[in-house]
Design a protein around this ligand. Structure first.
Ligand code: GUN
Length: 299
C-alpha cells in the first residue's frame, strides 16, 4: 500500500489565505491590525531561520511584526524588560519568545511574565490549563493545533482510534495528547504516550491507528514499527549528513519516510508536512488575540 500524502504546505496555505481575509475584515470593520512581536535571544542559526520566516509570514498576511533581537549575553532582567514593554504595547497582540533561549535564561520565568492574553505560543501555565480542560476561548499551541488541522482537513477522524505519541515534550508530545483525547469533535481518541523510558516502543507503535512521531531522533520510526493502514504524523525536523546531497546534508523527520509510506494509509512528509502548519497556526492565534482584545467573537 502506498500512503496518501498529507500536504501541509497546501493546507497551511489554505489556512493562511483564510487568516488574511479575516485580518483584512478586522481592519476594514474595526481599524485593527494584528501585531506580533518575536523576541530572539542569542544567535542560534536554526532559531534565526524560524524567526525570519515568522516575520515574513506576518508581513504577507498584513500583520504588524516586530523583531526584538537581544545578544546571547543579555541578562534575564533585560529579557523581562522587553516582555514588560511588549505586554504594555496595545498594537502588539501576540508575543513569542523563541525557544530555546541561552542556558543562563530561565525560560519558565520569561513565559510566566507574558500577559496570557498575548501568549500566542500557548506556553503560559494559564493557557496550558485552559487547553487541557478544553476551554474554547483561549489559545491552542501552534504545532499540536497544526496537527489537529491536518487531520481534520484530510478527512481523518481520530474518534475511537488509538493514537500513539512518541515524545513527551511540553511543546509537542504532551499537548498533542491532550488535544487528541479531548471530548470534542475532531478528537475523542484513546491516547498512549511513549518516551525515553518506555520499554519496547516499537510494540506500542505497532498498535497505533494514528502514530505521532515527536521524539527529535532522525528516522527513528522504521517500516516494521507501523501497523498497515495507520496514519503517520511526523513532527521531527532533523538535519543529517548525506554525501549524495549537494551541500552534504539533508532534512529528515523522525520517520523513515520511504519504508513507512509503504505501510501507512496517510503520511506527512518532511519538509512540507507539519512544519508550515506551526507558523500558520501562530498567525491564526495572533489574529484571535487581536479579536479578543476588541471583545469580538474569536474564529
Ligand atoms: N522553538 C521551536 N518551536 C517553537 C515554537 O513553536 N515557539 C517558540 N517560541 N519557540 C520554538
Amino acid at each position: 500500500m502506498a500512503a496518501q500524502i498529507i500536504d501541509g504546505k497546501a493546507i497551511s496555505e489554505q489556512v493562511n489565505r483564510e487568516t488574511a481575509v479575516l485580518a483584512a475584515e478586522l481592519m476594514q470593520k474595526h481599524g485593527a491590525r494584528p501585531g506580533i512581536a518575536v523576541i530572539l535571544v542569542g544567535d542560534d542559526p536554526a532559531s534565526r531561520v524560524y524567526v525570519n520566516s515568522k516575520e515574513k509570514k506576518a508581513a504577507e498576511l498584513g500583520f504588524r511584526s516586530d523583531k526584538v533581537v537581544l545578544a546571547a549575553t543579555a541578562t534575564q532582567a533585560e529579557v523581562l524588560a522587553e516582555v514588560a514593554r511588549l505586554n504594555r504595547d496595545p498594537g502588539i497582540h501576540g508575543i513569542l519568545v523563541q525557544s530555546p533561549p541561552p542556558k543562563h535564561i530561565d525560560e519558565r520565568v520569561i513565559i510566566e511574565a507574558l500577559d496570557p492574553r498575548k501568549d500566542v505560543d500557548c506556553f503560559h501555565p494559564y493557557n496550558v490549563g485552559k487547553m487541557l480542560i478544553g476551554d474554547q476561548d483561549g489559545f491552542l499551541p501552534c504545532t499540536p493545533w497544526g496537527v489537529m488541522v491536518l487531520l481534520e482537513r484530510s478527512g481523518i477522524s481520530p474518534a475511537g482510534k488509538h493514537a500513539v505519541i512518541i515524545g513527551r515534550s511540553n511543546i509537542v508530545g504532551k499537548p498533542i495528547a491532550a488535544l487528541l483525547m479531548q471530548k470534542a469533535k475532531g478528537a475523542d481518541a484513546t491516547v498512549t504516550i511513549c518516551h525515553s523510558r518506555t520499554p519496547d516502543i516499537a510494540a506500542f507503535c505497532r498498535q497505533a491507528d494514528i502514530l505521532v512521531a515527536a521524539i527529535g531522533k532522525p528516522e527513528f520510526v522504521k517500516g516494521d514499527m507501523v501497523k498497515p493502514g495507520a496514519v503517520v504524523i511526523d513532527v521531527g525536523i532533523n538535519r543529517i549528513a548525506d554525501p549524495a546531497a549537494r551541500n552534504g546534508s539533508r532534512l529528515c523527520g523522525d520517520v523513515v519516510f520511504r519504508e513507512v509510506a509503504e505501510k501507512a494509509s496517510w503520511i506527512t512528509p518532511v519538509p512540507g508536512g507539519v512544519g508550515p502548519m506551526t507558523i500558520a497556526m501562530l498567525m491564526r492565534n495572533t489574529l484571535r488575540a487581536c479579536q479578543m482584545s476588541l471583545n469580538l467573537p474569536v474564529v
